[in-house]
Design a protein around this ligand. Structure first.
Ligand code: G3I
Length: 338
C-alpha cells in the first residue's frame, strides 16, 4: 500500500487528528500514512486546563504530552489545537467571584496565562497553533454566542480586532516567536463568513500577528468543489499568509440529509472518491504555488470520526480515506494516484 505521507512529501505534511486511544488503536495506519498530528480534543482548554488557577494542579497535560511524545518518537510534526474557543472551555474561565461573570480584565489575564503555559511547555515541539478557533458567525459578524466575544470582544484600540483575539495572538507571538500562528474556522471557503475571516486576517497581518489561516474542511460529497477552495486559498494567501486545510473529512451525506442507512448510500463512496480527487489536485497545485502548507484529516479511518455523532447522533458516517478495518478506500486510491 502506498503512503500518503510519502506521496505528498514534495507538497506538504499530511496530518491526522488523534487522541490517547487512537494512537494505539490506529497506530500502524498512522505510522505508515501521516507525518503530522493534531490532538482532536486533548489540547482544548477543558482537557488541558480543567481547574481554576495557574498552578501545576490546575493543568492536566498527560494526554497532550502523550501525543506530543508519540509524534517526537516517530519524527512527526504537531499542530496545536486550540488555544481560544467558545466551546470545550470550562465554566470557571468565565466566572468571577460569587455568581458574577468574570471581568474583562481578569478574563484577558486568564487568557494570557493559559496561552503562556501551553506555548512554553510545547515550545519547539508544536510548530503551529490554532490561536483562535471559530470566532465568526455565518454572516461574517462576530459570534454572539461566545462568552469571549461577549466579555472581551470590544475593540478598545480601534484596530478592527476584538480585544480577546488581539490579546491571544499577541501573547502567543511573544511566548513562542518561532511558532506559526493561525486563525482557524469552517465555512470560510466562500460567502459572507469568508468576508469576515478575510477582514480579520488582514487586520491581524497588518500588525504581524498572524502567519496562516486554517480552512477546516468539514465537507461532503455535495461540495465544495476544488475551484471554490482554490479561490479561498488564493484570497487568504494574497495577504502574504500561508493556508492549511486543518480538519478535512468528506461526509457521504450531503448537508441536510438526515437519513440513517446502515451502509453507505449507493454510489456514495464513488462520489466521495471524486470529491477527494478534485480537492487534492487543487491542494497539490496550490502547494506548488507556495500558498498551501498542510493538509490534516480529522481522524484517519472510519472507525473513529466525530461525524458518527453529527449532525445526527449515533448515525454512522464514512468520511475518511480508510475503512473501519483500516483498509484503503476508493478515495485513498484517488488521492495517491495522479
Ligand atoms: O470526554 C467525555 C466523556 O467523559 C463523556 O463520557 C462523553 C459523553 O458524551 O463525552 C466526552 O466528551 C466528548 C468529546 O468529544 C470527547 O469524545 C464530548 O461529549 C463531545 O462533544 C466532543 O466532541 C468533540 C467536538 O469537537 C466538541 O466540540 C469532537 O470529538 C471533536 O472532533 C470536535 O472537533 C471540532 C474541532 O475542535 C473544531 N472544529 C470542528 C470540529 C468538529 O466539531
Amino acid at each position: 500500500m502506498p503512503s500518503l505521507a510519502e506521496a505528498y512529501r514534495p507538497y506538504f505534511p499530511i496530518g491526522a487528528a488523534v487522541d490517547g486511544r487512537t494512537i494505539v488503536t490506529q497506530e500502524e495506519l498512522l505510522l505508515s500514512q501521516v507525518n503530522s498530528l493534531v490532538a482532536e480534543n486533548d489540547m482544548k482548554w477543558e482537557r488541558i486546563h480543567p481547574r481554576a488557577g495557574d498552578g501545576g494542579a490546575s493543568y492536566d497535560f498527560a494526554d497532550a504530552d502523550r501525543i506530543v511524545e508519540f509524534a517526537r518518537q516517530h519524527g512527526m510534526k504537531v499542530r496545536g489545537h486550540t488555544l481560544i474557543w467558545h466551546r470545550q472551555t470550562p465554566a470557571w474561565v468565565f466566572q468571577g467571584s460569587g455568581a458574577v461573570e468574570v471581568s474583562r480584565q481578569e478574563l484577558l489575564e486568564r487568557l494570557r496565562r493559559h496561552i503562556e503555559a501551553l506555548l512554553r511547555r510545547y515550545q519547539g515541539k508544536v510548530y503551529c497553533w490554532d490561536v483562535v478557533n471559530e470566532a465568526l458567525a455565518e454572516d461574517g459578524s462576530w459570534r454572539a454566542d461566545s462568552p469571549w466575544q461577549r466579555i472581551a470582544g470590544g475593540d478598545g484600540d480601534g484596530d478592527g480586532i476584538p480585544d480577546f483575539i488581539a490579546a491571544a495572538f499577541r501573547t502567543a507571538r511573544a511566548a513562542d516567536p518561532a511558532a506559526k500562528l493561525f486563525y482557524n474556522d469552517y465555512n470560510i471557503e466562500s460567502g459572507r463568513k469568508q468576508e469576515g475571516a478575510f477582514a480579520l486576517a488582514e487586520a491581524l497581518s497588518r500588525q504581524g500577528l498572524i502567519d496562516g489561516v486554517g480552512i477546516q474542511g468539514h465537507w461532503s460529497v455535495a461540495g465544495p468543489d476544488g475551484e471554490t477552495v482554490r479561490r479561498a486559498v488564493r484570497r487568504f494567501a494574497s495577504l502574504g499568509l500561508t493556508v492549511q486545510v486543518t480538519e478535512l473529512d468528506v461526509s457521504v451525506f450531503p448537508g441536510g440529509d438526515r437519513s440513517s442507512p446502515a451502509q453507505p448510500p449507493p454510489g456514495g463512496m464513488d462520489l466521495q472518491a471524486e470529491r477527494y480527487r478534485d480537492l487534492f489536485r487543487v491542494f497539490r497545485e496550490e502547494a506548488d504555488g507556495g500558498r498551501l502548507s498542510g493538509v490534516t484529516f480529522w481522524g484517519i479511518a472510519d472507525d473513529h470520526t466525530w461525524l458518527d455523532d453529527f449532525p445526527v447522533k449515533g448515525r454512522k458516517d464514512w468520511p475518511l480515506l480508510f475503512d473501519a478495518a483500516h483498509r484503503p478506500k476508493k478515495a485513498f486510491q484517488a488521492v495517491v494516484s495522479w
